[in-house]
Write a protein that binds this ligand. Structure first.
Ligand SMILES: Nc1ncnc2c1ncn2[C@@H]1O[C@H](COP(=O)(O)OP(=O)(O)OP(=O)(O)O)[C@@H](O)[C@H]1O
Ligand SMILES: [Mg+2]
Length: 421
C-alpha cells in the first residue's frame, strides 16, 4: 500500500474480456482501485495524463500503437505512473524495449492472478521513491554520463571465505569513498544473489535487479543496463541482488560476465560485494577483478581461511591481480597481535578497520552509510584511505593503528600449512 491511499490502476488492453477480467479480479483487493480503462494506446496515454494513476497495466499489442510506444509516452508525460507491461511473448528483445521505454515490470501471459497483484503492489511501492532518488542531483557531484565506450573500469571484488566478516559493510562504504574521493562513476554490484544485503544497507527500494539481467540474457546492452541500475543518493549506482532468494539460481556466471563486459565500459570503478565460497559465479567474479580485497577478522579461523584463500589464489593463477588483505574489526582483546597475522600470512595488511559495534550497527540498521554519517570517525578515515590506495592515489602504507596487546604466542597454533614462499 502507498501510505494508506489506494493504488490507482489504469488498464490498457484492446480485448474487452481481458480488461474486464483484470478489473473484476482487482476489485477484490481493498488497497487497489481501478480508475480507468482504455482499449487503444493513445486513449491510454491521455487517461494516464488526466488520471495520474499509480500503476498502468499495459498490453503489448494495441490497435493504434504498440505497448512500448504507449509506455514511452506515459513515461514522458505522466512520469509518476509506473507501467507494468503484459505480453503473450517472453522475447528478451521485447523485454529490453519495454525497459528502455520505462516499464517497471514485464509479465508474460498467462500469468497467475497473485503474480499480477504482487507486481502491482511492488511497483506502486517503488514508483515514487526510486524516481526521486534517480532525479535528485548529488550536491557537488559531477553529472553521471551515459555509457562511454572508452572507459575501462577498475574492478574491485570484496571477498571473504567466512560469513559475517564485514564484506557488505566495507563494499558499500568503499564504493561511496571512491565516489567521494574521485568524483568518478562508481557502480556497486551485489553478487550475493540469494541473500544480498546491499539494498538494505544502502536503504534503497529494489527496482530492477540481477533477475532482469538474467531475463534479458544476450539482449543486454549498456543502454538497458543503465535502466537496471539503481542510483543511491551518494551518486553510487547499484546492481542489486534479486528481491526473492528463489530467483538467485536464474543468474549464472555467464550473465555476470555479460553484465561486467558492459559495466567496464560504463563505470570507472566497479565494487563487487560477494558471498563466501568458490562456486562458478564467485570464480567468475574473481576472474573479472583487477583487485581482490580479502576481508578477515582477528579470529584464528578467519586467519586460517585467509591463508588458504591466498594458496587457492596462487593455484588459480591470480598473481597478476592486486591481492590485498583488509583486517576488519581490529580490537585489543582478540589476543592475536597484528604483526603475527601479517607474519603468518606473509603479506602486509593494506587496511585495518577498527571495531566499533554500536555506530556500525546503527548505520546498518538505519540504512545510513557509515562514511556519510560518521565522516570523522577513524573507520571512515581508514576506508577513505583504502579507497585512495585502490584508486592509486595513495601508497599502501597503513595509518596509525589501535593499540595492540603483547605478543601472546597464540600464533604458534596457526601452523596450518604455509603458503609457498
Ligand atoms: N568494523 C566493524 N566494527 C563493528 N562491527 C562491524 C564492523 N564491520 C562489520 N561489523 C558488523 O558485522 C556484521 C556483519 O557485517 P556484514 O553484513 O558487512 O558482513 P558480511 O561479510 O557481508 O556478512 P554476510 O556473510 O552476511 O554477507 C554487521 O552486523 C556489522 O554490524
Ligand atoms: Mg554481506
Amino acid at each position: 500500500m502507498t501510505g494508506g491511499s489506494p493504488i490507482r490502476v489504469l488498464i490498457v488492453d484492446d480485448v474487452p474480456e481481458s480488461r474486464d477480467n483484470i478489473e473484476r479480479l482487482l476489485r477484490f483487493e481493498p488497497d487497489i482501485q481501478v480508475v480507468g480503462k482504455a482499449s487503444r494506446g493513445q486513449e491510454g496515454v491521455e487517461l494516464a495524463v488526466r488520471l495520474q494513476p499509480t500503476v498502468v497495466l499495459m498490453d503489448m499489442t494495441l490497435p493504434d500503437m504498440d505497448g512500448v510506444q504507449a509506455t514511452l509516452a506515459i513515461t514522458a508525460q505522466a512520469p509518476g505512473s509506473a507501467v507494468i507491461m503484459l505480453s503473450v511473448q517472453s522475447d528478451p528483445e521485447l523485454l529490453r524495449q519495454a525497459m528502455l521505454a520505462g516499464a517497471r515490470e514485464f509479465l508474460v501471459k498467462p500469468f497467475r492472478f497473485e503474480e499480477l497483484i504482487e507486481a502491482v503492489r511492488r511497483v506502486a511501492q517503488l514508483a515514487r521513491p526510486v524516481q526521486m532518488v534517480a532525479m535528485t542531483p548529488v550536491p557537488g557531484a559531477p553529472v553521471v554520463e551515459a555509457g562511454r565506450p572508452d572507459r575501462d573500469g577498475n574492478v574491485i571484488a570484496v571477498l571473504g571465505t567466512k560469513g559475517g566478516v564485514g564484506r557488505t559493510f566495507l563494499a558499500t562504504n568503499l564504493a561511496i569513498a571512491l565516489r567521494q574521493r574521485t568524483g568518478k562513476r562508481v557502480v556497486l554490484v551485489d553478487t550475493d544473489m540469494a541473500f544480498g544485503d546491499v539494498a538494505v544497507v544502502m536503504n534503497v527500494t529494489k527496482a530492477k535487479t540481477w533477475t532482469d539481467v538474467a531475463q534479458l540474457g544476450s539482449s543486454l546492452d549498456q543502454e538497458v543496463l543503465e535502466e537496471i541500475l539503481t542510483t543511491h543518493s551518494s551518486g553510487v549506482q547499484l546492481l542489486l541482488a534479486p528481491s526473492i532468494p528463489q530467483e538467485a539460481e536464474m543468474v549464472t556466471a555467464e550473465h555476470f560476465q555479460t553484465a561486467m563486459r558492459h559495466l567496464r565500459h560504463m563505470a570507472d570503478f566497479i565494487v563487487i560485494d560477494t558471498r563466501p565460497g568458490f562456486d562458478e559465479l564467485m570464480l567468475a567474479v574473481m576472474d573479472s577483478a583487477d583487485c581482490l580485497l580479502y576481508v578477515l577478522t582477528m579470529e584464528m579461523t578467519a586467519i586460517k581461511d585467509a591463508r588458504q584463500f591466498l594458496e587457492v589464489a596462487d593455484l588459480l593463477g591470480y598473481s597478476d591481480k592486486r591481492l590485498m588483505l583488509v583486517l576488519n574489526r581490529v580490537n585489543s582483546y582478540s589476543g592475536i597481535p597484528i604483526a603475527d597475522i601479517e607474519e603468518n600470512l606473509k603479506q602486509e595488511l593494506v587496511a585495518r578497520i577498527a571495531d566499533d559495534p554500536a555506530p556500525v550497527l546503527r548505520s546498518i540498521n538505519e540504512g545510513t552509510p557509515f562514511i556519510e554519517v560518521h565522516a570523522d570517525h577513524r573507520i571512515s578515515a581508514e576506508i577513505s584511505r583504502l579507497a585512495g590506495v585502490v584508486a592509486d592515489q595513495e601508497a599502501p602504507a597503513t595509518a596509525p593503528q589501535p593499540q595492540e596487546p603483547h605478543r601472546s604466542g597464540l600464533i604458534s597454533r596457526l601452523r596450518l600449512g604455509r603458503r609457498p614462499a
